[in-house]
Design a protein around this ligand. Structure first.
Ligand code: F6R
Length: 364
């Protein structure tokens, strides 16, 4: 079942161009570059507030989506991890949409949060990969990802498919709310449709990343930095490293470095910076220079232009294709997944069945 791949995780990473394209096919009309959501009998234009709840990697998809919902649709968005959401007293406004993101559709905390929101009269939307799951059955608005079965315990392709669905949903909501005209909608869809090719281009750097894993494997601690919609990718990169290579890693919003974590910087702590070209590039790079000035060993992940501008003096660089900022979080998922994967291979850990972890967390 793994075909030519050594691990399910590796196979699933490489499936991303195909499954993201497959997922996008059911959320956009390619003929006229418009967004198309599954038929629903509820008027999205009335949504005043969105609450998004999820766990782990799916929560990082929620963090990215918050940027999109706010930027495109100008709708306020609250996000929370399910285990916290359940036990605070969340204030839910009438007419709210509560969105739950889950690969398995069975995560106990997320499901309990869903039931709470349902009882409070929220409209329930779910982004799930398992169409027969509990969450899928209990949703008012079912938004399936079409990633196919995900076997590796560390989530990879489900995440990029979640992002594809959430980007389409944010654009759709913006159209419904009169915040996005046809020309803008066409542009967003065009960029989304560029994602599969860009994911392929990112995967072309597999060997460079495998070589770089030898730099990361001996580290005891690793920091990941990103900004804006790429900040959640820094968190995702750190989570992946922890999960499968057992290296202690932290993700930070790059602007937060000087508020504490910069004290950790020395030659023994690789700092991996995610900085795609775009409106936030210069800001991220200036945070990176602060790290370098303190002897930090920086690995820069950017596109050719970004690497030309800021790559000098880094211990390693990884080149990504130049993409529109909208799809950067999907594309930059690839190097963080591959880096964790190859680091785990160097260390000889059990990639598909990391210790202490289960694929589906059905207990609290
Ligand atoms: C990380 C990972 C977990 C899951 C989390 C939520 O690689 O796989 O953090 O993302 O347990 O699972 P789902 O999405 O099934 O609700």
């Amino acid at each position: 079942e793994k075909g030519n791949y050594r691990h399910f995780m590796q196979k699933e990473i490489f499936e991303q161009p195909t499954v993201v394209a497959q997922t996008l096919r059911s959320y956009v009309h390619q003929a006229n570059n418009s967004v198309a959501l599954p038929q629903i009998d509820f008027d999205l234009s009335t949504v005043k507030r969105i609450t998004i709840v999820a766990c782990g990697t799916s929560f990082y998809a929620a963090m990215v989506a918050k940027y999109w919902f706010e930027t495109f649709a100008r709708v306020p968005v609250d996000i929370d991890v399910a285990s916290e959401f359940r036990y605070r007293q969340p204030v839910l406004e009438d007419g709210g949409l509560a969105l739950f993101i889950s690969q398995s559709g069975e995560t106990a905390d997320t499901l309990a949060a869903l039931r709470h929101c349902k009882a409070e009269g929220q409209t329930i939307g779910v982004v799930v990969n398992v169409p027969t799951s509990s969450m899928a059955r209990e949703a008012d608005l079912l938004l399936p990802t079409h990633a196919g079965p995900e076997i590796g315990v560390a989530s990879t392709k489900a995440f990029t498919c979640q992002l594809a669905v959430l980007a389409a949903l944010a654009a759709h909501l913006a159209v419904k709310k009169g915040r996005m005209d046809r020309a803008e909608e066409e542009e967003v869809v065009r960029h989304l449709l560029e994602a599969p090719a860009a994911l392929n281009a990112a995967l072309d750097h597999d060997e460079d990343i495998a070589a770089m894993a030898h730099l990361i494997a001996p580290a005891r601690d690793v920091l990941y930095l990103g900004r804006g919609p790429d900040y959640p990718l820094a968190l995702e990169g750190a989570l992946k490293l922890k999960e499968i290579s057992y290296i202690h890693a932290e993700g930070y919003a790059s602007g937060e470095m000087k508020h504490g974590p910069i004290a950790l910087i020395d030659e023994a702590v690789p700092v991996i910076v995610l900085a795609p070209s775009g409106p936030l590039f210069e800001k991220t790079v200036s945070n990176m220079q602060e790290v370098r000035a303190r002897g930090g060993q920086v690995v820069l992940i950017s596109d050719a232009e970004g690497l030309r501008e800021a790559g000098e003096g880094c211990i390693a660089t990884i080149e990504m294709p130049r993409v529109h900022p909208l799809i950067a979080p999907l594309v930059y998922a690839v190097p963080v997944q591959l880096l964790a994967y190859h680091t785990a291979c160097v260390k000889g850990t059990d990639v598909d069945q990391p210790r202490n972890l289960a694929k589906s967390v059905t207990v609290e």
